[in-house]
Design a protein around this ligand. Structure first.
Ligand SMILES: NC(=O)c1ccc[n+]([C@@H]2O[C@H](COP(=O)([O-])OP(=O)(O)OC[C@H]3O[C@@H](n4cnc5c(N)ncnc54)[C@H](O)[C@@H]3O)[C@@H](O)[C@H]2O)c1
Length: 354
């Protein structure tokens, strides 16, 4: 299959792309490269040849001959969406809808969209399934809801959008993120030997390993059309609905000698428990091979192998918000998050030594 994948240089994209290549698919990888400063370890498999292009500049010609699209290139977390909501709507909502329309017009038959369980937001005590009302709490989550809403009407005999509402990811990736909960706590455990939570850790947060998300995407690409056409799938497993404090306990257990303390109830309203029955029954081949324990052990082994330091853990390359703030403050990207050209000095005058 010839697949256009956006966001291949991201945390999840750098796990998915080598897997697709290993399976013999032909890839057109697209990524504007915001996080090139972060590459934590060597990784496995091949990296794809990548078109360094903004999602908003993808043209019909880029989609010629493409069978399927996996769309992962968005601004990927909640705090960023709150700080600069307009740019989140511009890239995540408008950019995604434009790409899907272009893809459909170009004859692409399947469009796998990376949504998020964060659409359930302040979820209350109920366990959410794909039919539950959404309650997004942030611009990021609201954009996921808007993209799902606007892509569904594009579904017809020729075009099948599929919506993967992923739980919060964890685990090793060459393009690591330390701004997601299990990875962040593991980095603290490794570099400070102490996890001091400012909140009481009672909110629910379902988790799923990045490699299990990659498996879900591959299943969504290859499943019979009738299983996935216009369908929403929560991606994860029922056993991996954790309270944040349980995640902290699991992580502390994987890093011997790590202390753990909790604070007062926090202000964060995001808390949701999710039902994952549908993906297990309706998406042939999908299963989760990882849980929080195995993921924390994987990170403990990785950090020991690469000698993770506090400096690396805290560096901007591995925290999306820090890196984008840096690119903005140094003027490398403009307020619309387009790269600015390099300043070009005036040409040297004739006779000036080179
Ligand atoms: N990581 C998670 O926990 C999680 C959970 C649920 C859903 N998701 C979704 O999965 C997708 C991938 O997440 P991730 O964790 O790999 O994010 P990430 O930030 O690590 O990767 C996103 C990639 O997209 C690229 N990108 C961003 N804006 C772009 C643009 N305008 N044009 C071209 N490229 C652009 C970035 O350079 C980056 O390489 C996102 O849509 C995210 O919302 C992630």
């Amino acid at each position: 299959m010839k697949i256009l994948v956006t966001g291949t240089e991201g945390y999840l994209g750098s796990l998915l792309a080598p897997e697709l290549l290993r399976l013999g698919h032909e890839l057109l990888a697209v990524d504007t490269g915001y996080y090139k400063a972060g590459w934590l370890y060597h990784g496995e498999g091949q990296t794809p040849r990548t078109l360094a292009k903004d999602l908003r500049h993808i043209e019909a010609a880029d989609l010629e001959g493409i069978d399927a699209v996996v769309h992962m290139a968005e601004l990927s977390n909640d705090p960023l969406g709150q700080l600069l909501p307009n740019i989140t709507y511009d890239i995540n909502h408008a950019g995604s809808v434009r790409l899907a329309r272009l893809a459909k017009a170009a004859g692409v038959t399947r469009f796998v969209y990376m949504s998020s369980c964060s659409v359930y937001g302040a979820g209350g005590a109920d366990v959410k399934d794909e039919t539950s009302p959404v309650n997004p709490q942030t611009a990021y989550a609201e954009c996921k809801v808007m993209v799902e809403r606007d892509l569904l009407p594009l579904a017809d005999d020729t075009f099948s959008p599929v919506f993967l509402r992923n739980a919060t990811a964890f685990g090793a990736s060459p393009r690591m993120r330390f701004d997601i909960v299990l990875n962040n706590l593991s980095g603290l455990a490794a570099t400070q030997k102490q996890i001091s939570m400012t909140s009481d850790g009672t909110p629910w947060r379902p988790l799923v390993h990045g490699l299990d998300i990659a498996r879900a995407i591959i299943c969504a690409l290859t499943a019979p059309q009738e299983n996935v056409h216009g369908q929403v799938f929560n991606v994860g497993s029922n056993e991996q609905n954790y309270r944040v404090r349980e995640i902290a306990e699991v992580v502390a257990g994987a890093f011997p000698g790590c202390g753990l303390s909790f604070g007062e109830p926090g202000a964060d309203t995001r808390s949701y428990r999710v039902n994952f029955d549908k993906i297990h029954s309706q998406l042939p081949g999908f299963r989760c091979e990882w849980n929080a324990e195995r993921g924390a052990q994987q990170l403990a082994a990785l950090f020991a192998q690469i000698g993770l330091t506090a400096e690396i853990f805290e560096s901007r390359g591995f925290t999306r918000l820090k890196q984008l703030e840096y690119l903005l403050s140094t003027g490398q990207i403009d307020n619309d998050f387009y790269w600015r050209p390099l300043p070009v000095p005036a040409p040297a005058r004739e006779g000036t030594p080179a």
